[in-house]
Write a protein that binds this ligand. Structure first.
Ligand code: OGA
Ligand code: NI
Length: 356
């Protein structure tokens, strides 16, 4: 290993301990990528690793009852783990407003933003973070994010949320809820589950987390990761990305990555580990990664649809009905969550936690 850049400790102190984030560092005018953010060569996303043959489906969901729509959703969930939806009913103004809200929050002076830093925030339902798990990472991710816990109980702390973005966050969440429910109904029907009763609702969607992700302009995005390859631990994730692009999904051939092009008004949907586990591998929680932009600040707004705090999950009885062996055991969501956040983003390794 080459010796560490003597500035690295200072950078960690400025970005993490002093709560300035990568946004604060970029605002000082850095013109080259600090060593702390440089990926080993083999982990970079070179042009030779980008697939140009494949693309993930864009599905028009204006009629959820059309069997062609439900079939396309279940098929995409099994093949790609990712798809985009259009005509979903979340108004364009709501989507535009939450993107603007993200820019507004990250445009605040460092000290104003820093008031919401994880561990120091006026409420534990909102937390500003940088990279992913800095204590567990030798190479940092080029991103900051403001994370909102959004169970009905969490929403009671709304008055303590940042005034520059809280209305837009709640509006986006509430507008997305019917879409989330529809998607889960369709996906669960595809697993022979007839209805989402109260117990299933708790396991599938009781405690969403909504993030405002911020990837400031990066002087050399090819050297860095906005987010390293990982799969989400959610049941499903709903993601709004901006017009800059930069999200890549692992192709089915495993060696290359497919770009998810920005589509105006679309939401990107992906399967998370929990639905892969519940479906006993019928649906795939596919790895994805983000590359920051060389000229613009990129924002995205994922909603991680997560189980309630006390939920446990495992392969559904409906999918094991015909005698199929379960590939996973029943695990507590709180344990799975803790395990995910105890290590760097590392592909699909979290799933080993639940494997039989
Ligand atoms: C994530 C993620 C993608 C994006 O936060 O898990 O994959 O486009 N984000 O920001
Ligand atoms: Ni993700």
């Amino acid at each position: 290993m080459p010796p560490r850049d003597p500035n690295t400790e200072q950078i960690i102190d400025f970005v993490v301990n002093k709560r300035n984030g990568i946004k604060g560092l970029v605002s000082t005018g850095v013109e080259s990528v600090p060593e702390l953010y440089i990926l080993p060569v083999e982990e970079r996303l070179g042009p030779n690793k980008i697939s140009t043959n494949d693309s993930i489906p864009v599905i028009d969901v204006s009629d959820w009852d059309d069997p062609r729509v439900t079939e396309s959703i279940c098929e995409a969930a099994g093949k790609w783990g990712f798809f985009q939806i259009i005509n979903h009913g979340v108004p364009l103004e709501v989507l535009d407003a939450v993107k603007e809200a993200a820019h507004r929050f990250f445009g605040l002076p460092n000290e104003e933003r820093g008031k919401y830093w994880a561990g120091n925030s006026p409420t534990d339902t909102v937390a500003l973070k940088t990279s992913f798990v800095p204590q567990a990472e030798t190479v940092f991710e080029w991103k900051d994010y403001l994370s909102f816990r959004c169970s009905p109980r969490d929403l009671e702390s709304f008055p303590l949320w940042p005034p520059v973005c809280r209305d837009e966050v709640v509006k986006y969440l509430e507008s997305a809820k019917p879409v989330i429910r529809k998607l889960l109904e369709v996906l669960l029907k595809g697993l022979k589950v007839k209805e989402i009763d109260k117990a299933k609702e708790y396991t599938l969607m009781a405690s969403p987390i909504l993030n405002l992700m911020y990837y400031p302009r990066c002087p050399n995005p090819d050297l860095t990761a906005g987010v390293r390859p990982h799969s989400d631990i959610s049941t499903i994730t709903i993601l709004l990305q901006d017009e800059n692009g930069g999200l890549y999904v692992r192709a089915t051939d495993e060696d290359s990555w497919i770009h998810v092009p920005p589509v105006k008004g679309a939401l990107v949907i992906n399967m998370g580990d929990i639905l892969q586990i519940m479906s006993n591998d019928r649906y795939k929680s596919i790895e994805h990664r983000v590359v920051a932009n060389g000229s613009k600040d990129r924002v995205s707004e994922p909603i991680f649809v997560n189980p309630g705090a006390d939920a446990t999950f495992g392969p559904l009885p409906e999918v094991l009905e015909s005698g199929e062996q379960p590939l996973y055991k029943e695990v507590a969501f709180s344990d799975y969550f803790k395990y995910f956040f105890s290590k760097k983003h590392d592909g699909k390794k979290t799933m080993d936690f639940a494997r039989v």
